[in-house]
Design a protein around this ligand. Structure first.
Ligand code: LLP
Length: 420
């Protein structure tokens, strides 16, 4: 289990490269990823047979290629995530399947791609079983089961229980077995993902539900997937889950099933955030420092168009200041950090249930930089063009060298699909 980092409010470098140099070379706002951190996190999970990256967390092709080169396979939740995975060099077939399509629906493009390429499908609804069976009988499939409970860092990231639209309701498993049979599909695995950013207690409740469901399916099961959801600490009070313990619980479940079935089972884990969150930093430039009555605001050039987690979930992200004079000053100011958008909710410091909340940060002036940390998961990939702001650039640092892995969006690219 990694050690919880201490978050400082001043930061001069990222993975050995100076923050001011990064901003000068690539502009702001820019996402920066530390490749070594992603690789370190992959190694943390080496006890599992298969690490399947939930690319929805951060799907830049360079990130996908990096994880692929370190033995990780990938999950895709849409037609274009499938196409990204293919573009990043993942094979179509293999054992374990290099790409698995996990969703609650097939849109027409995704269904065609899965059929055309013979991709492995993890069905999240009885309708998916029917649709795939009609077009491509004779396949092996896995089922995503909603075990009847879920948990997450926010109600919006809880993916189990009756209020969730995700997966096949556990009590409908026997119907789905008949449905698969009637459609000529063989169920070779089960998958459960109860939510994101949850704790060991909730994550491990899934083991019992998995065992029960797998026994119901029987000996055709070859794979069980624990899903994702592993938390990362976004502040020093939060923690990781004990990975040894987590693995032990799943391994025991696997062993009991192996004994019941008389053959070996592959144990998968499907992390998104765990691999990419801590590797990512959003660099922004402070463009205004202003007082509103008793409140002090740093207004930067990145907003919720770049990082939506604070406005969507009240999520906390560590923020540090990189002053252009290179000084690491003490955090003596109570600051509200906002972005450029024409919305009052465009505030990065709103985590305490409040609309705005102040955070202790060092004194700063225009041209100083902000580094919003732990932003590598659900950061860039949830960004938008709101207020006609361009999508940020993405940069990866490997062996102390920074290179662009996505150019900043251009105005021409931005309007290219519009017709007058
Ligand atoms: N597997 C499935 C089927 C999922 O739906 C997800 C996340 C994952 C794996 C990966 O979960 P992770 O290990 O990253 O927690 N935008 C939210 C998170 C939404 C997660 C959606 N599904 C956030 O920023 O916290």
């Amino acid at each position: 289990m990694p050690q919880v980092p201490t978050f400082s409010t001043s930061r001069q470098e990222i993975a050995g490269v100076s923050v001011t140099q990064l901003a000068a070379e690539f502009g702001t706002p820019t996402y920066v990823y530390d490749a070594a951190k992603i690789i370190e996190r992959i190694h943390d999970l080496s006890a599992f047979d298969v690490v399947r990256y939930a690319q929805k967390a951060c799907s830049n092709l360079a990130v996908l290629k990096l994880v692929r080169e370190h033995g990780v396979v990938v999950d895709a939740v849409s037609a274009w995530e499938i196409r990204r995975a293919l573009a990043a060099g993942f094979d179509k077939h293999g054992d374990p399947p290099p790409i698995v399509y996990t969703a609650d629906i097939f849109d027409r493009e995704a269904l065609e791609l899965c059929v055309e390429h013979g991709l492995h499908v993890n069905c999240g609804s009885p309708d998916m079983i029917r649709q795939l069976g009609e077009m491509a009988p004779g396949r092996e499939i896995t089922l995503r089961i909603n075990p009847g409970f879920g948990h997450g860092h926010s109600q919006k990231t809880n993916t189990g229980g009756q209020q969730s639209k995700h997966g096949i309701w556990h009590e409908q498993l026997s119907n789905c077995l008949m449905l698969a049979d009637a459609n000529g599909l063989q169920i070779t695995g089960l998958h459960m993902h109860i939510g994101s950013g949850t704790d060991l207690h909730h994550l491990s409740q899934v083991c019992d539900a998995m065992e029960k469901a797998a026994l119901e399916v029987g000996r055709s099961i070859k794979t069980i997937s624990a899903g994702g959801g592993l938390p990362v600490p976004y502040n020093s009070e939060q923690t990781y889950v004990d990975l040894d313990k987590y693995f032990e619980l799943w391994d025991a479940t696997r062993k009991r099933l192996e004994e019941a079935f008389g053959h070996s089972l592959s144990l998968e884990i499907e992390p998104g955030r765990y691999l990419s969150a801590e590797a990512g930093y959003l660099i922004a430039e402070i463009r205004a420092v202003k007082e509103m009555g008793t409140n002090l605001f740093y207004v930067a050039d990145a907003g919720f168009n770049n990082l939506a987690r604070p406005i969507m979930y009240g999520a906390y992200h560590p923020i540090s200041v990189a002053r252009k004079d290179g000084q690491a000053l003490e955090a003596t100011n109570d600051v509200i950090v906002g972005g450029p958008l024409c919305e009052s909710g465009d505030i990065f410091t709103q985590e305490e249930g409040g609309f705005v909340s102040a955070r202790k940060l060092p004194p700063a002036t225009i041209g100083d930089l902000l580094v919003i940390e732990c932003a590598g998961a659900y950061g860039y990939c949830m960004s938008s063009n709101y207020n006609s702001k361009p999508l940020a650039a993405e940069v990866m640092i490997e062996d102390g060298k920074a290179r662009v892995i996505r150019r900043r969006q251009t105005f021409e690219g931005f309007i290219a699909d519009e017709m007058v």
